[in-house]
Design a protein around this ligand. Structure first.
Ligand SMILES: Cc1ncc(COP(=O)(O)O)c(C=O)c1O
Length: 392
């Protein structure tokens, strides 16, 4: 049996294991964090792929630079408000990675030695927990609420002597909690980073999916100690495996060294396709508008159906963006992990709160994604949930 320390520490993702079950016919899944396949921009990607092969086949098919193709890095830099290269900004601050998951893994290894400390909100994104655990770091679980990570609790831990090398947040539409870190807490977190000298990873695959209100100030605009992770997975398609990190040049250099040994570089062809698609005039704005409309309609539908059928048994907050609801059951003795087998038997899947636990098990919580199912399936899912969610 192959089981190195890293394999043992990482464990298998409860969600990936669950996804195998939910692929069985007849199950309506609110479990996966999968984007809606009906929204994949297949035609735009096909145009870009044909153009890449016709116009620039060598760059699309040859080995490329580890940091990523320059036009894509430049596009990312501009999207993040960084000036052109040469003025100390621009693409020196960008590395293109194989999904933002790889950026997370590389940044972790670049910034934290095994045995070092990472602080993060509890609950947390499962892929981050896996990456951190595989890297052999210790985790400091910080409580969180509807405004994200509780910076007052973090400040207390720091004052008591905790010295994380890194604080990890999903500041926009967190996975799983759906929360957005408030502007006040962003200012406080950035201030703590400057005072105590830790890095902040702001993992941001969902920020573009906002349909209501304005985004609070970005953490990278508050402190230079920020690594912002971005991804095309929720905006174009996850199968492209194209993401990036935006960070101080010294961090990008360190990540580049580690990426060389991981995969040399991210697929040149995919980078070409992504860059051509994102920079097609008018495409991105129109595509994002369509995505926001779809997700908003699905979110409203699921929230409405849950209120209508289960309002006395669970609470959800109507989201302003992202892909998730973090439902709370009213029965304080409920345990969503033990409700799951009965739910699967009735043909509906969710992810129990325990899957996202850093220290706590969140037994009264379940993560529900409205992204993939259409309104008829969302109704069916809620009907089936109503058969298993207990009355308090
Ligand atoms: C918070 C968060 N970070 C990172 C990822 C991974 O994204 P990518 O497909 O870019 O690797 C996900 C995917 O669900 C996520 O929810």
């Amino acid at each position: 049996m192959v089981k190195s320390l890293a394999v043992e520490r990482a464990g298998s993702s409860a969600i990936r294991d669950l996804l195998e079950i939910t692929e069985q016919p007849g199950i309506v899944s609110l479990a996966g964090g999968l984007p809606n396949p009906a929204a994949f921009p297949a035609e735009a990607l096909a145009r870009a792929a044909a153009a890449a092969l016709a116009e620039d086949p060598v760059s699309a098919l040859q080995y490329g630079p580890t940091e990523g193709l320059r036009p894509l890095r430049r596009w990312v830099a501009e999207r993040h408000g960084l000036g052109a290269d040469g003025d100390g900004g621009g693409d020196a601050h960008v590395i293109v990675t194989s999904g933002s998951q790889q950026a997370l893994e590389l940044a972790t290894r670049a910034l934290v030695d095994p045995g070092g400390l990472i602080a993060l909100a509890d609950p947390a994104y499962v892929g981050a927990l896996q990456a951190f655990r595989a890297a052999g770091v210790a985790l400091e679980a910080i409580p969180s609420d509807a405004d994200g990570l509780r910076t007052d609790a973090l400040a207390e831990r720091l004052a008591a002597g905790a010295r994380p090398a890194l604080v990890y947040v999903v500041a926009n539409f967190d996975n799983p909690s759906g929360s957005t870190l408030s502007a006040e807490r962003r200012v406080e977190l950035a201030g703590l980073a400057d005072r105590y000298g830790f890095w902040i990873i702001d993992d941001d695959p969902y920020g573009e999916l906002r349909w209501n209100g304005r985004a609070p100030v970005a953490l990278r605009d508050l402190t230079d100690r920020t690594i912002t992770l971005g991804s095309t997975s929720k905006v174009l398609a996850p199968g492209l495996r194209t993401g990036w990190a935006v960070a101080p040049a010294e961090v990008i250099r360190a990540m580049t060294i580690l990426k060389q040994s991981a995969d040399l570089h991210t697929s040149s062809f995919n980078q070409q396709v992504v860059h051509r698609t994102l920079s097609e005039p008018g495409f991105l704005d129109a595509h994002l508008a369509g995505l926001r409309t779809t997700y908003r309609a699905q979110a409203d539908h699921l929230v409405g159906a849950l209120h209508h059928q289960l309002g006395d048994r669970l609470s959800v907050v109507a989201p302003d963006g992202g892909m998730f609801l973090w439902a709370e059951l009213h029965d304080a003795s409920a345990d969503t992990a033990s409700l799951l087998p009965a739910a699967l038997e009735r043909g509906v899947a969710f992810v129990p709160g325990a899957a996202f636990g850093v220290e706590s098990l969140h037994p009264t919580r379940m993560r529900l994604s409205y992204a993939t199912a259409d309104p008829a399936d969302l109704d069916l899912a809620v009907e089936r949930l109503a058969e298993v969610v207990p009355v308090p």
